[in-house]
Design a protein around this ligand. Structure first.
Ligand SMILES: *Cc1c(COP(=O)(O)O)cnc(C)c1O
Length: 819
């Protein structure tokens, strides 16, 4: 099994005294303060440096080991890494959590306050970026030579405030006080070119060659972030690129005496890594976004090839030493860039280069929704990357030749699979480029992969059977159970030992404890304490009084029509109506917790947030309701908020329209923390059900097949609304302005969507959702039985460790060994 060998160099001791010494010396030498004038943030920085030292002395030997053993490297290319805070996570990975906590305590400081000063790295929107972070954690835990490549955004995900119930965004200047986890590498810097033109000429051998000229140049400078694996044997590298202008001062301007112009130019080239696009679906047609994508692709490919060339001069070794995983199509330009570099810069024969490119690349798809599939207009593409457009055309030409050869006369097939979409405006389909340029394509849950094969990629599946495979997502149990929920982790370890931390299947051993009344009581006490903690924080931060005596019903995720926060609200409003019409009704008290960010340009999602808050205002202040129903919108949902809320969740809302949520990972985190799921037959819910048993969940609603069939005929929500009195009343209440007396028609846009077309079929699923909620209430009255099932959920979540996910990628896509 995994050997935890000593690092090559170990200078620092990990006992409390040594750590105290590190803290004090970093406070003085790195922060420049003394205890007498140090703030809690200064102490956070000192603690981060003290822990970082211990990470770093394991990091360098890891990189040397890969080099000496000439290991195959896995490059995980992602525009997003939603990492969250690092300090406690690193302490846990290195096994020094207790010592550091004790050292901080002995210095007279409050540990939680010190740790609380860390600004999280929010370089991602949601699930996709968080997956990248979980996979990095697992690659390091499994001692795989996994490197992340991404962008060091000056501004990551925006901070969400709620003002008068509306979402207000503000930029998060997360680097303001310095980032203790990054190392600037001014020596690792590559040029990235944009624009210009291509000339073709014959070289001395008579081969036609292309030269890309007159391009503008921006520099990509590396910042390295260590990723410590659990146990500390392996510390991997996440390399993030930051844009720098080619020169401090453009001599052209400088010589003309125009100093200000020169500095302005510098700023413009540096905008490339300025800000993360805050939509979790594709940004359409934004030139800056296109440039960001190529910027990090071009820098990463130069870096990957430079590393390869240090120990190899035979290009044919490339696929044996390099695996490149494309997280969605955002880095799909890798396919064209790698081909370009091999052909234009290293003079490889086209077909040899193409074989190498395809054997290196693999692509992960994250969505089936056509509006989210990335395409770029040919004119924009060609203006910014003229040579790449030629290469994409050539790739497409050869691919279509092959298809034509195998399926003569099927011009419809050619049109469907082409990398170039013909139409009023020709566009490049990045998903097709990624598929054609990869040796494996994967979906992120079984149902999603199945739908991929039967819908968007069905032609590709027929052309290359076996190329499309499934890799069901997972989450790292280090952050999402051990770190976020220490009391549950302690209870589990007390029962079955701590091997589950790296072998999550061992949670199975917990199953017999579900039948143990004493254990159920301890489990209930842990959940209760987590709920009380959340109640306290919400009370302090939002001034809302909650009671831990109610069922905590949680839906936290990006706000999106397909995720159906509105369906949740329709249940809330019908519950409210029931209470109003019968104030003495004996209902299970519920606390509905909703959190999530809306893309700043997504008006309907923002209106949904406003509706949550307006409903909360009415419900929470209605004396008839009391503790029977409370509604809370938790602002600024991010990794730290998730770590706070997940452990307190009792009911996990995973209610997307079947066929729309590729996998979901929030569903896994909550179930792992002992929540029961109310959900649809969508994404990983289906596999969670296979593991934990349908009797331990509340699944309801249309299947993906039924959804598809209903949509073919065109769905009319009106009959469904008229047939269900609760639904009708709930919609009428919104429509009447009851929740928005100051502006009665405020939610007309929402009412319109529900009553005209209802694309996400909320009204079709509503009756079954309500029935499922009824089953939730009934079970919750039997506290002991509820807890038994919650324990079984935890015990059966072994499959959903990202360690399992990574091991599958390693074996079936990357072809690297897992110890
Ligand atoms: C896990 C996670 C997500 C993904 O949640 P889903 O419910 O799968 O959409 C998004 N944001 C954050 C901060 C997360 O931790």
């Amino acid at each position: 099994m995994r050997r935890i060998g000593p690092p090559v160099v170990k200078l620092l001791d990990d006992d409390v005294e040594s750590i105290k010494y590190s803290l004090a010396s970093h406070l003085l030498y790195s922060v420049g303060k003394e205890p007498i004038n140090a703030t809690a943030r200064d102490w956070f920085m000192a603690a981060a440096y003290a822990v970082r030292d211990r990470v770093t002395e394991r990091w360098m030997p890891t990189l040397n080991r890969y080099y000496e053993q000439d290991q195959k490297r896995v490059y995980y290319m992602s525009m997003e890494f939603l990492i969250g805070r690092t300090l406690t996570n690193a302490m846990i990975s290195l096994g020094i959590y207790d010592q550091v906590k004790e050292a901080i305590g002995q210095l007279g400081l409050d540990f939680d306050e010190v740790v609380g000063w860390e600004v999280e790295a929010a370089l991602g929107n949601g699930g996709l970026g968080r997956l990248a972070a979980c996979l990095l954690d697992s690659m390091a835990a499994l001692n795989i030579a996994g490197f992340g490549y991404g962008i060091r955004y000056d501004y990551g995900m925006f901070t969400q405030h709620v003002e008068h119930g509306w979402q207000v965004e503000s930029p998060e200047n997360w680097l303001r006080y310095g980032n203790p986890w990054e190392f600037a590498r001014p020596g690792v810097i590559y040029p990235v070119r944009f624009g210009g033109r291509v000339i073709h000429y014959k070289d001395v051998m008579g081969h036609t060659r292309a030269q890309w000229m007159d391009a503008e140049e921006v520099m990509a400078m590396a910042y390295d972030v260590p990723i410590p694996g659990h146990g500390g044997r392996t510390v991997n590298n996440l390399r993030l690129w930051s844009a720098k202008s080619t020169r401090e001062f453009d001599l052209k301007y400088f010589n003309a005496g125009n100093y200000i112009e020169a500095v302005r130019d510098k700023n413009e080239s540096e905008t490339l890594s300025k800000v993360l696009y805050p939509s979790d679906m594709t940004e359409r047609g934004k030139e800056l976004r296109f440039k960001q994508e190529y910027f990090f692709v071009a820098a990463s490919i130069q870096d990957i090839l430079a590393r390869f060339r240090k120990s190899h001069d035979n290009w044919d070794m490339l696929p044996e030493r390099v695996a490149i995983q494309l997280n969605d199509t955002h880095p799909a330009m890798v396919v064209a860039e790698l081909q370009r570099v091999l052909v234009d810069e290293h003079q490889l024969d086209w077909h040899r280069a193409w074989s190498l490119t395809r054997r290196c690349c693999a692509y992960t798809n994250h969505t089936l929704m056509s509006e989210a599939l990335e395409t770029w207009p040919v004119d924009l593409f060609g203006r910014i990357l003229p040579r790449h457009l030629e290469i994409v055309y050539q790739i497409n030409h050869e691919f279509l030749q092959e298809v034509r050869h195998r399926h003569p006369g099927d011009s419809e097939l050619l049109r469907r699979v082409s990398v170039v979409a013909e139409g009023d405006e020709r566009r490049i389909r990045m998903a097709h480029l990624a598929v054609v340029g990869s040796h494996k394509v994967n979906g992120v849950a079984a149902i999603h992969t199945g739908l991929m094969k039967s819908t968007i990629f069905s032609d590709f599946d027929h052309l290359s059977p076996g190329k499309i495979t499934n890799k069901t997502n997972g989450v790292t149990p280090r952050r999402w159970l051990l770190g976020a929920n220490p009391s549950l982790a302690k209870l589990i370890t007390g029962a079955i030992g701590d091997n589950w931390v790296t072998h999550l299947h061992e949670l199975k051993k917990l199953e017999p404890f579900a039948a143990d009344k004493g254990f159920r009581a301890e489990f209930a006490a842990v959940k209760r304490a987590n709920k009380e903690h959340l109640t306290d924080v919400i009370g302090q931060r939002l001034g809302i009084d909650l009671t831990a005596d109610s069922l905590f019903d949680v839906q936290i995720k990006r706000i999106h029509e397909y995720k159906r926060q509105l369906l949740n609200l329709l249940h809330v409003i019908s519950r409210y109506n029931r209470i109003r019409s019968n104030p003495m009704i004996d209902l299970v008290p519920r606390t509905i917790i909703i959190g999530g960010k809306a893309a700043p340009g997504y008006a309907l999602a923002k209106l949904i947030i406003k509706l949550v808050n307006d409903v909360a205002d009415v419900v929470n202040n209605d004396p008839l309701v009391g503790d029977k129903l409370k509604v809370v919108f938790v602002p600024n949902y991010n990794v730290s908020t998730a770590e706070l809320v997940m452990p307190a969740a009792e009911l996990s809302e995973q209610i997307s329209t079947a066929g729309t949520e590729a996998s979901g990972t929030g569903n896994m985190k909550m179930s792992m923390n002992g929540a029961l799921t109310i959900g649809t037959w969508d994404g990983a819910n289906v596999e969670i059900c296979e593991e934990v048993g349908e009797e331990n969940m509340f699944l309801f609603g249309l299947t993906a097949q039924e959804v598809a069939r209903i949509r073919i005929d065109g769905y009319d929500p009106v009959p469904a609304i008229n047939a269900n009195e609760c639904l009708k009343k709930a919609i009428e209440l919104i429509s009447s302005g009851y929740f928005s007396p100051d502006q009665p028609d405020r939610f007309q846009g929402i009412v319109d969507v529900l009553t005209h077309g209802d694309h996400y079929l909320l009204t079709a699923d509503f009756p079954l959702y309500l029935a499922a909620q009824e089953r939730v209430d009934q079970l919750y009255r039997d506290t002991d039985e509820w807890n038994r099932r919650a324990i079984l959920n935890v015990a059966r979540m072994g499959k959903f460790s990202s360690d399992r996910t990574v091991a599958e990628y390693a074996r079936e896509i990357w072809n690297v060994k897992v110890e």
